[in-house]
Design a protein around this ligand. Sequence first.
Ligand code: TYD
Length: 422
Amino acid sequence: MWVLFDLDGTLTQSEEGIWNCAKYALEKMGYPEPDAATLRKFIGPPLIWSFTELIGMSEEKAWQAQAVYRERYNRIGLLENRVYPGIRTVLRTLRKAGFFLGVVTGKPAGPTERILEHFGIRKYFETVHCATDASADKEQLIRAALPADFGEAWMVGDRKFDMDGGLRAGIHTLGVLYGYGSEEELREAGAERIACTPREILSHLCPDTEPARGAFLSMEGLDGSGKGTQLERLADTLDRYGYEVVRTREPGGTPIGEKIREILLDRENRGMTDETEALLYAASRAQHVRERIRPAVAAGKTVLCDRFLDSSVAYQGGGRQLGIDEVLRINEPAVAGTWPDLTVYLDIGHRQALERRCAASTPDRMEMEAESFHARVEEGYHELIRRDPERFAVVNAERTREEISADIAEKVLNRLMALEEK
Ligand code: TYD
């Protein structure tokens, strides 16, 4: 059983790069900037077709325009790209269900391979068949991609060229609506099935296979470590790479957890004992793990959690001096074996964190604690990292935002891609 995927509009959302390059080529060739509707149509068909049919160029001009386009595309355009959220789970789950996968695209081989490698999805495909200047016909490409005894095969794509090519090659066709073609276009071209989202590809092709497991990531750091900004940036990067990100936080993350959060952070609750505090954080976590984290990971999603168990160990164990092992013991029934696959620790000295905090906002109950409290929290984190260095990605957070986010992205992507190999 084989599933062949078109690239642009099916696996990757390449409009940013394609549009920038089309505009660049037209400008260099002395043509006016096309309107948005015309630009949209550039995605999918062979470039020569677009330049002749959409812009009205002669065949000769179209070849020149293609050369100009490719010059920018190969330098910059090809990485102005995103993998559709959920595609990674689709590819992994299809592999799990025993399908062989391929890419069949009107793009040339060089950029196609670079895009697939850059986003770390080349490994899922048995074969990658690309257009050459001599032939960009989908039927030919599909026939070339399949072995002689392919059995059942599907062409998945977002444009009529994909459906039509699949039909002519004698295989099944599945049109996707999240790309650049309309339902009408796909139906007219003979699409047998239609998927509105990447996930729906799975409902058509392997409805009984459990999705491949997602991942659980947490981010930790002292108050003032810049966690909020970095979570935002990491979520965006993961989204660009085709992970379906579920953002959540502790305390909170569920309706019950958010109520517990209010009690915990309320400045009026000065009389709260350290034990009550530790148990409330654990209670919020118990709900969160079962209601939100485990189901999302089981569905193939990537949970990105703002603080988790390590915060309790550092703040209640270290800061409140309940002891690391005691806090771990209290939390055992709450997490019951659910630990992050990777925890990003934003490493910043407690004095510098305090300076940033004071500059930023009015402190909540936890943030109002004395400097010695935050020094013990910092030490608590360091002890955790010493105990379990494998789970942590320690990132120096005393740098610029850009440097920090690039470092986090690299470390997290490496770990996620290693997990995908399992
Ligand atoms: P949060 O709102 O994430 O604060 P920030 O955005 O400043 O990081 O967390 C609220 C506070 O709760 C924070 O000071 C850390 C504290 N906390 C604990 O003491 N124990 C815990 O288990 C958790 C999850 C948080």
